[in-house]
Design a protein around this ligand. Sequence first.
Ligand SMILES: [Zn+2]
Length: 236
Amino acid sequence: MRLAAATLAMLAAAAACTSASTTEPAAPAGVIARDVYAFDDAGAAIPGLVVEMRYFGSENFVGRPIAGYEAPICLLTREAVKSLAAVQERLNSLGLGLKVYDCYRPKRAVDDFAAWARDPKDQGRKADYYPAIDKSKLFDLGYIAERSGHSRGSTLDVTMINLRSGAEVDMGSPYDLFDPISWPASTAISNAARANRMLLQDTMIKASFRPLKEEWWHFTLNDEPYPETYFDFVVR
Ligand SMILES: [Zn+2]
């Protein structure tokens, strides 16, 4: 069975590459898509990884669970999980650990964000997540987009915790705050918070992830296995 699954994964990857597909190729009947495409549950695979899937629950900028999240689990490609495990090991040696907020994100969740962004009435979480931004400008300013790298399965949103207390370290601004203060290089935060951002960034970069200049929490694996494929299987 293992061999069959591996073969299917290779065939699927080849199909995705040659067709430059932007959606998920059909999985064979009776097979869970995440198995076919070699996705792992990072929380089960990485010792001590704290998983707080914000879009599974209501503590997010929309204020309700997002489409496509049916379980609070962090799915990532096997390659991304392997690299993330190296980050966890390094941080553990410093008395720190990783907490993930989002991992693989189905395309239908991105569509849900886009539909929400087009509805000017629904601004219940504005004060916490986009206090200085006019909601009608979220697309133009790049905070909401029609596609997300998260749907390719090798991108995640992550912060650090203190291993002893379990508390999140100070990153200078909360997760998903739509504001220039969330840029990793922002100088509007304390030196300590800036040092924490740089430590996370340096450790992720050493493990072959690349940062995003607008969000301190967002990283993508450099050699991601499905660079052209935007998956839509649900998280369960
Ligand atoms: Zn992200």
